[in-house]
Design a protein. Structure first.
Length: 201
């Protein structure tokens, strides 16, 4: 990975650690504008999976200041793929856009500002890889919108999903996954959360 990309990722990660500490202490600004970056191990796993799968078109739901966006964009750039990142918070998108530019990956990323529950219904594309890192309560609502956009044997990855100690919304989501016949999934526990990896049959 190029030095400028590593540098930008390191900067965002450090800001995220500070952000998490402020949240824990109760000194934080608005939750909406918090960083909420992926754990580096989760991001690296996504990067490896995308380089292996080589999807022509990746969709990301929730860009979180561009940390996950950069990891994904670095992967698709290696083989000429493209990333569409959908995010509802315009101020977050502007920060992410700047970080992606500083990483030298702007030509691999398109940002779409809007509510993913509305924007997904308007997309006329197919994808082999969709990554979802939005509010937990939206996961059960977004799943049926994602499935038609994924090609057979395509991958859908949901961050922050644990099959142990799940809250009510996550429990609903897991039950929905288990009842969806065209989806096979496995949960990978990664440090402070989990990644639900799904394959469309």
């Amino acid at each position: 990975m190029k030095k400028n990309i590593v540098s930008v990722l390191h900067k965002i990660h450090q800001m995220d650690l500070e952000d998490r500490a402020e949240r824990k202490s109760g000194k934080l600004k608005s939750i909406e504008n918090s960083i909420w970056a992926l754990h580096p191990e989760t991001a690296k796993l996504l990067n490896i999976l995308i380089k292996w799968k080589k999807p022509e078109f990746v969709i990301e739901l929730g860009c979180s200041h561009g940390y996950s966006t950069i990891w994904i964009a670095e992967a698709v750039k290696t083989y000429g793929g493209k990333l569409l990142s959908i995010e509802n918070n315009q101020s977050v998108v502007e920060i992410a856009r700047k970080n992606v530019k500083n990483a030298g990956l702007s030509d691999s990323v398109e940002f779409l500002i809007g509510d993913c529950l509305k924007e997904l219904k308007l997309l006329n594309i197919q994808s082999d890889f969709i990554f979802c890192d939005i509010w937990d309560a939206l996961y059960p609502k977004v799943l049926p919108l994602i499935i038609p956009l994924v090609n057979k044997n395509g991958i859908i990855a949901f961050d922050n999903v644990s099959r142990k100690n799940s809250n009510l919304e996550k429990s609903k989501f897991i039950k929905l996954l288990n009842k969806t016949p065209e989806i096979e999934s496995i949960n990978i526990g990664i440090v402070n959360g989990g990644l639900e990896l799904c394959v469309k049959s």
